[in-house]
Design a binder for this molecule. Structure first.
Ligand SMILES: NC(=O)c1ccc[n+]([C@@H]2O[C@H](COP(=O)([O-])OP(=O)(O)OC[C@H]3O[C@@H](n4cnc5c(N)ncnc54)[C@H](O)[C@@H]3O)[C@@H](O)[C@H]2O)c1
Length: 402
């Protein structure tokens, strides 16, 4: 059942505009909304189902789609960063080919950010682009990954080390492909493990840290107020926090859909780049297999994406402070928010700083040989900085060490 508690946010992109439906019961809107948006012609739908999403949720969505005239095929994915790969993409494309999926039929991503990115990229690639409905089922994918049209997979390459070791390059192959709709049904979060709920809060905190500079709205106080209730699974608080994130992201995407590398204000990058706060440092450590958020629990390795982003934001604050771009209070404020959210601010076993620097150099945010960093400059404000003093970058990396 959907009710008045579902919040509808428009991402305004002229003929590619779409609505993000956030709240309990939003999944029931998918089938009728697809019919409304796509019209009566499409007759097939492919669901890419995240194995972690309880089967009854997938069955209900599939039945709903059938009731609206779609023939449904489901592909189930076990979502890991290793499986966010060209091989898994091929599995989805083969399923599209086998089911006779035409260029007007939709793909439906039902899962966390991994499934959303993968299914979105499959939709972008199949016959050069078919509609995709993003149905995020983790806090992180509801707050961030499902909105804005970034899709893609990771790529494994040999590292230049001797002997060469395989190295995972995050999101290195992909496309911008805006969804036809997003349905973030907060009721499905009931089954989400606590660690993933906490990891999702990292992207909400990130949004608060960039909010004032982007929209003039200061989301920091609301975020701090809502975090404890969201951690306790409070549905109303969760929908409220998600709505803040979705509104911010919708506005950023409206202004800078393709993450331009030039700023209209003459800086080192466009506004969408600010959403990468914590990501250049974070991506560099996310794929290091032995890192764990709790030194007493090696079994928790590797870091989840949100945990790596949390640590990456710690590094960004310290790099900015070391470069004289912000005061120490910005890092302290972040540490306090991360503490409330149950997220790590330090990590044990980090490799040598030079290795982290090398990893950062191969991040997508690097351009023309210089790493671009998103650095806090004040309360709720950040800027893109290219070619930061290496000493400040090292200080940022060292701030993540336990
Ligand atoms: N496209 C973007 O703009 C964007 C933005 C941020 C992150 N990302 C990507 O998103 C990915 C991280 O996404 P994530 O944090 O959602 O992780 P995830 O996709 O790995 O999902 C986390 C875990 O939760 C399980 N799960 C999903 N929904 C569940 C539910 N309702 N109940 C129980 N278990 C459930 C999954 O099976 C998985 O084990 C990364 O690959 C990252 O690069 C993309």
């Amino acid at each position: 059942m959907t009710g008045p508690s579902v919040i509808h946010t428009t991402v305004s992109l002229s003929d590619r505009s779409y609505t993000v439906h956030t709240g309990p019961g939003a999944l029931a809107l998918v089938a009728p909304e697809l019919r409304r948006v796509l019209g009566p012609s499409p007759n097939r739908a492919l669901i890419v189902h995240d194995l972690g999403v309880p089967a009854p949720t997938e069955h209900a969505l599939a039945n709903d789609l059938r009731a609206h005239g779609f023939t449904v095929t489901t592909v189930t994915i076990t979502p890991t960063e290793e499986a966010k790969s060209l091989a898994t993409l091929e599995r989805v494309l083969v399923a599209l080919g086998s089911s006779g999926h035409s260029r007007i039929d939709p793909v439906i991503a039902l899962g966390g950010g991994i499934v959303g990115d993968l299914a979105g990229f499959a939709a972008a690639s199949w016959q050069r682009g078919v509609p995709v409905a993003q149905c995020p089922t983790t806090l992180l994918s509801m707050a961030d990954a499902s909105v804005g049209g970034k899709t893609g997979v990771n790529l494994t390459v040999p590292s230049p080390s001797d002997p060469p070791r395989p190295r995972l390059l995050k999101n290195m192959v992909g496309a911008f492909h805006q969804p036809a709709l997003v349905a973030a049904d907060t009721a499905v979060l009931a089954s989400l493990p606590d660690r993933h709920r906490r990891a999702g809060l990292a992207e909400c905190i990130k949004h608060a840290l960039i909010s004032t500079g982007l929209t003039g709205l200061d989301l920091l106080d609301d975020t701090r107020r809502l975090i404890p209730a969201v951690r306790n699974g409070d549905a109303v608080a969760t929908a409220e926090l998600l709505a803040l994130s979705v509104r911010l992201k919708a506005e950023v995407v409206r202004r800078d859909e393709r993450e331009s590398t030039e700023s209209s204000a003459g800086g080192d990058g466009g506004e969408r780049m600010l959403l990468n706060l914590g990501h250049t440092f974070g991506h560099a450590i996310e794929t290091i297999p032995h890192l764990t958020p709790d030194p007493a629990r090696p079994d928790l390795a590797p870091l989840h994406h949100g945990e790596a982003v949390a640590l990456g934001m710690v590094a960004a604050c310290e790099a900015s402070r070391a470069a004289g771009l912000c005061g120490p209070e910005i890092g302290q404020q972040l540490a306090s928010l991360l503490h409330d959210a149950g997220l790590p601010t330090r990590v044990a076993g980090l490799p040598a700083t030079d290795e982290i620097l090398a990893r950062m150099g191969s991040d997508k945010k690097a351009a023309g040989g210089a790493v671009r960093l998103i650095l806090p400059t004040g309360r709720g404000t950040c800027r893109v900085v290219r070619g930061l003093d290496p000493g400040a970058v090292r200080a940022g990396i060292d701030a993540m060490r336990a």
